[in-house]
Design a protein around this ligand. Structure first.
Ligand code: CP
Length: 311
């Protein structure tokens, strides 16, 4: 299978085969990352603009490094220091970037659908780096890549996503990718943050954390997204940590080979006891490492690269 999409906007629209293609190419790029010289020439002469209108550590640096490792020219756009602050629209910002021959625009934005909006008139390739509570497709891809590397497959695995599902773009991208690849997905958290409507997507929903984690092959913990919540969704952080945080007692209920995941940033002592974030079952930093290979694969495929032809 070859890639034939101009943009990467979400995982909901992708076929299982397209997701598998990205994961397979990411595996090739992970091997490149283990060489002495970690750079290839696939995007030489291309310009990649990181247009981040919301804060980011992992995603922005990972895309920057991915583009550099592919030999692209990289521009980091900081919204706070840009003419967006003077009232310039996102559309006009894009047009100006394209007037300077931007080939790729990597967009993080607080508004769900912002990358889809830009893609309607973009000449450049638009990649969604997280849009509001909608999707974070490269995070979903790096998460399923990490699971596949550990478990050798996705189909049939029991994956529990625990935390703020309602406001999480990471949850939505994970759910689409995992279901398309045949995993059994359980969602858990406070009822206000885990509505039953997700059952219509094909997920199991439970508000009982012990029930959610028992026998799970993977538990993916999500941060409480206070920045997106318009009202108080549960009584206190302390109560959340007690009722839904991953602790040693809950860890003992997982499958003995289960892995612990978190997209970051972590709130230690809230969604996970601090020492568990660093224990040998945790693959949290490995997710970050894999994110680089996945983003290299996405840029490479959208640029017309083919599997097996990375030199
Ligand atoms: N996982 C993630 O999106 O982290 P950043 O917000 O730091 O990019």
């Amino acid at each position: 299978m070859n890639w034939n999409r101009k943009h990467l906007l979400d995982l909901q629209a992708l076929e299982a085969g397209e997701i598998t293609l990205i994961l397979d190419v990411a595996r090739e790029f992970r091997a490149v990352g283990e060489r002495d010289i970690k750079k290839v020439g696939a995007l030489r002469g291309r310009t990649v603009v990181n247009l981040f209108v919301e804060p980011s550590t992992r995603t922005r640096i990972s895309f920057e490094l991915a583009a550099m490792r592919l030999s692209a020219d990289v521009i980091n756009f900081t919204a706070e220091a840009s003419s967006l602050k003077k009232g310039e629209t996102l559309k006009d910002t894009l047009r100006n970037l394209e007037a300077m021959n931007a080939d790729f625009v990597i967009l993080r934005h607080g508004a769900s659908g912002a990358p889809h909006f830009l893609s309607r008139f973009a000449r450049s390739h638009v990649i969604n780096a997280g849009d509001g509570a909608h999707e974070h497709p490269t995070q979903g891809l790096l998460d399923v890549f990490t699971i596949r590397e550990h478990k050798g497959r996705i189909a049939g695995l029991k994956v529990t996503i625990l935390g703020d599902i309602l406001y999480s773009r990471v949850a939505r991208s994970n759910i689409w990718a995992l279901l398309k690849l045949g995993a059994q997905v359980t969602l858990c958290g406070p009822p206000t943050l885990v509505p039953k409507v997700f059952e219509q997507w094909g997920c199991r929903v439970t508000w009982n954390v012990e029930d959610a984690v028992r026998g799970a092959d993977v538990v993916n913990l999500l941060r409480i997204q206070h920045e997106r919540q318009r009202k108080t969704m549960f009584p206190s952080i302390g109560e959340y940590a007690t009722l839904f945080g991953l602790n040693r007692a809950r860890l003992s209920l997982l499958h003995p080979d289960a892995i612990i995941m978190h997209p970051g940033p972590i709130n230690r002592g809230v969604e996970i006891e601090s020492e568990l974030a660093d224990c040998d079952r945790s693959v949290i930093l490995e997710q970050v490492t894999n994110g680089l290979a996945v983003r290299m694969a996405v840029l490479y495929l959208i640029n017309g690269g083919r599997p097996g032809e990375i030199s």
